[in-house]
Design a protein around this ligand. Structure first.
Ligand code: ADE
Ligand code: ZN
Length: 328
């Protein structure tokens, strides 16, 4: 079925083969001797154990062409899974901290997005994420560096190490972004408590919550998310690989949907977590017994929660309805 992907970190789509190819062409040393050895290191115990290797992998990205090639590889893969709309996170501070210019990052990614529309029929746009383990001043400086490219990204997000870095740490920079008309999202309730989801909503005033699976621990929060139709961009294989749930069968996606929340399914960092969009859907459905009605709702939610215009959402929903009608 056609669907939107709303939670994909483009640096998390960098496959080991591409890491090795870029390391070779850019003369960057990496701590692993082969693709297989690198893949074997992808055994994580929590979010931080993943982030350490994820930031190391991103160190091979130096030139505009590298950022383009990474995004293009993801977009081709997404199109193969019938993703018709993608809102793509990128982490500029991971690159600017190594001396890579903001323009190199954004121009390379943006060129791939433009090509995706023409060559793959995929609508793709960019969301700039601030790294929450760094200071708010660093985020403000990053925003300043990105403003010359304001027309090339549609919003901002908040990612990296969650626990100990609550959303309210970034109140001023999100306020500034809101004034600039940028869309706002934040990771909250991945490993962190429901309190972080509350402050993402009430202090940062985000429009969607990335992950948010810890929300089921707080009935009042569940009610708020349902009433305000705040979408959660849930990433089941990520939650499994980062040990948020011991098994996929234990995932609370069904509880979220059945409580009337606008949950969606997404891939997060597919190169690291063992699956792109369709793999996230098929493995989650196999493990949790979700139904065809849930599948429709998940895809419909992904379009409704996207940052596109009403006419495009209607066109996407018509495509989805046509698929389900054909199957009935
Ligand atoms: N950056 C990339 N993937 C992430 C995740 N799952 N949580 C927080 N930050 C991330
Ligand atoms: Zn994420």
């Amino acid at each position: 079925m056609p669907k939107a992907e709303l939670h994909i970190h483009i640096e998390g789509s960098l496959e080991p083969e591409l890491i090795f190819a870029m390391a070779a062409r850019n003369g960057v040393a990496i701590a692993y001797s082969s693709v297989e050895e690198l893949r074997q290191a992808y055994a994580f115990s929590n979010l931080q154990s993943f982030l350490d290797i994820y930031y190391a992998g991103a160190s091979v990205l130096l030139h505009e062409q590298d950022f383009h090639d990474m995004a293009w590889a993801y977009l081709e893969r997404a199109a193969a899974d019938n993703v018709v709309h993608a809102e793509i996170f990128f982490d500029p501070q991971t690159h600017t901290a190594r001396g890579v210019d903001m323009g190199v990052v954004i121009n390379g990614l943006h060129r791939a997005c433009v090509e995706a529309k023409a060559r793959l029929g995929v609508d793709a746009s960019l969301i700039l994420c601030f790294l929450r383990h760094l200071s708010e001043d660093d985020a403000l400086e990053t925003l300043q560096q990105a403003l010359p490219y304001r027309d090339k990204f549609i919003g901002v997000g908040l990612d990296s190490s969650e626990v100990g870095h609550p959303p309210e740490k970034f109140a001023r920079v999100f306020e500034k972004c809101r004034g600039l008309g940028l869309h706002l999202v934040a990771h909250a309730g991945e490993e962190g408590p429901p309190a972080y989801v509350w402050t993402a909503l009430d202090v940062l005033k985000v429009e969607r919550i990335d992950h948010g699976v810890q929300s089921t621990k707080d009935p009042a929060l569940m009610k708020r998310l349902a009433q305000d139709r705040i979408a959660l961009t849930v990433c089941p294989l990520s939650n499994l690989k980062l040990c948020v749930f011991p098994q996929l069968a234990d995932h609370n996606i069904r509880e979220l949907l059945d409580a009337g929340l606008a949950a969606t399914i997404n891939s997060d960092d597919p190169a690291y977590f063992g699956g792109y969009m369709n793999e996230n859907f098929t493995q989650t459905f196999a493990a949790t017994g979700l139904t065809a009605a849930h599948a429709y709702q998940l895809a419909k939610n992904s379009f409704d929660a996207s940052f596109t215009d009403a006419a495009t959402k209607r066109r996407y929903t018509d495509m989805l309805d046509a698929v389900f009608t054909a199957f009935e």
